[in-house]
Ligand binder design. Structure first.
Ligand SMILES: [Zn+2]
Ligand SMILES: [Zn+2]
Length: 365
């Protein structure tokens, strides 16, 4: 059995998504059928549309989603029908050494990046043709079938638009600050790029008590959002950016986060931190984008340059924690949502993103 589902489908080479109807299969053993409540429109989706990353095709796009469990396959025990869940775009296998040692963010058994379920199948078809759910989520669709390990139970009080962002940009930003950088209260931090992930980083920096918090972006609209979320200083990029940051931080920030995924800004990141500081790559560049680093200067000044993917999130631990922080009023995720749109408006949302506009658009189903 299967059900029709209106969805946004990408075919390789196309920069626009087709709004069409796919068929979603019933949940196989160990999988969960979710009726989508909301899906974020994320920069990672845009990378796929712009041909920066190679993927199986055709693909139902969207990887940050939240919704209601509609049906469960045999053997599923973590969630039941009617539960509210956040989808994770990196489902753990729960069996490899990384998973067993609590580091499921470097799981070696997940097939998320192949956009398939653990058995290699896809639950989606379009006119009989196999379609892949992006990162085994495919949240730009009324329905999705995901592995049990990729559907995390959250309290019903969390609205779906907020929950969908917890599933990607919030987890990525919070995790970069808390799990990867380990930012301490009273230390300085600079965030380059104030889009969805950059603003999530700023929100987390504010929560852990970083000070000062310096946001850098070209867009005055985004810098205003950064100030509202706790940035103490906002700067537009310039040739003397490192000197301006050094002046604010007495010699360089303790932490710097790159949230764009641009080679030139990643290369400049170590120049923004003081000796002993940590520079964290959070934004993901296109494939085959080597960066050039002055290794001698990095080593001599004891600086660290680290990569952060999905904030080293352990979804079952971190999503409920982030949902609780939101419900306690300590993580104003709502403020990140600049536009609530329908599925049909998704191409316009990507166009706005390419123009450097909008903090975050969220599709409401
Ligand atoms: Zn995302
Ligand atoms: Zn694993």
């Amino acid at each position: 059995m299967s059900r029709p589902s209106r969805a946004a489908v990408h075919r390789s080479g196309a920069r626009e998504l087709d709004l069409t109807v796919v068929e979603v299969a019933d949940p196989a053993p160990g999988t969960v059928l979710v009726r989508m409540g909301a899906s974020g429109v994320c920069g990672s989706d845009r990378h796929v549309l712009d041909g920066d990353w190679t993927l199986p095709s055709p693909t139902v796009m969207g990887h940050e989603g939240a919704g209601t469990v509609e049906a469960i396959g045999d053997g599923v025990t973590d969630v039941g029908v009617g539960d509210h869940v956040i989808l994770s775009w990196f489902y753990p296998c729960r069996r490899c050494t990384a998973c067993l040692s609590g580091r499921s963010y470097v799981c070696m058994g997940s097939r998320s990046e192949e956009c398939v379920l653990p058995d290699g199948s896809s639950p989606l078809t379009l006119d009989g043709e196999r379609v892949f759910p992006y990162l085994t989520v495919g949240s730009m669709s009324e329905y999705a079938v995901v592995p049990e390990a990729g559907a995390i139970l959250i309290p019903r009080e969390v609205p779906f638009d907020v929950a969908s962002l917890i599933g990607c940009s919030i987890a990525t930003g919070f995790g970069a600050v808390v799990n990867d950088a380990g930012v301490e209260a009273g230390t300085s931090a600079v965030v380059v790029g104030a889009g969805g992930v950059g603003l999530s980083i700023i929100m987390a920096l504010q929560l852990v008590g970083a000070n000062p918090i310096i946001a850098v972006d070209l867009s005055e609209e985004k810098l205003e959002a950064a100030r509202a979320l706790g940035a103490t200083h906002t700067l537009t990029p310039s040739a003397d950016l490192a000197e301006r940051i050094a002046a604010i931080t007495q010699g360089g920030a303790a932490y710097a986060f790159e949230a764009i995924g641009r080679v030139q800004t990643i290369e400049s990141l170590p120049s923004l931190i003081a000796g002993g500081g940590k520079a964290v790559i959070v934004g993901l560049p296109p494939e085959d984008s080597p960066v050039s680093i002055d290794a001698l200067a990095l080593a001599e000044s004891g600086k660290s340059l680290i990569g952060s993917n999905y904030g080293s999130t352990v979804p079952g631990r971190d999503f409920p924690r982030l949902a609780a922080l939101y419900l306690a009023g300590r993580l104003p995720v709502d403020q990140l949502i600049s536009h609530r749109i329908g599925l049909d408006d998704v191409n316009e949302a990507f166009a706005a993103m390419r123009r450097g506009e909008r903090a975050r658009s969220v599709i409401i189903f």
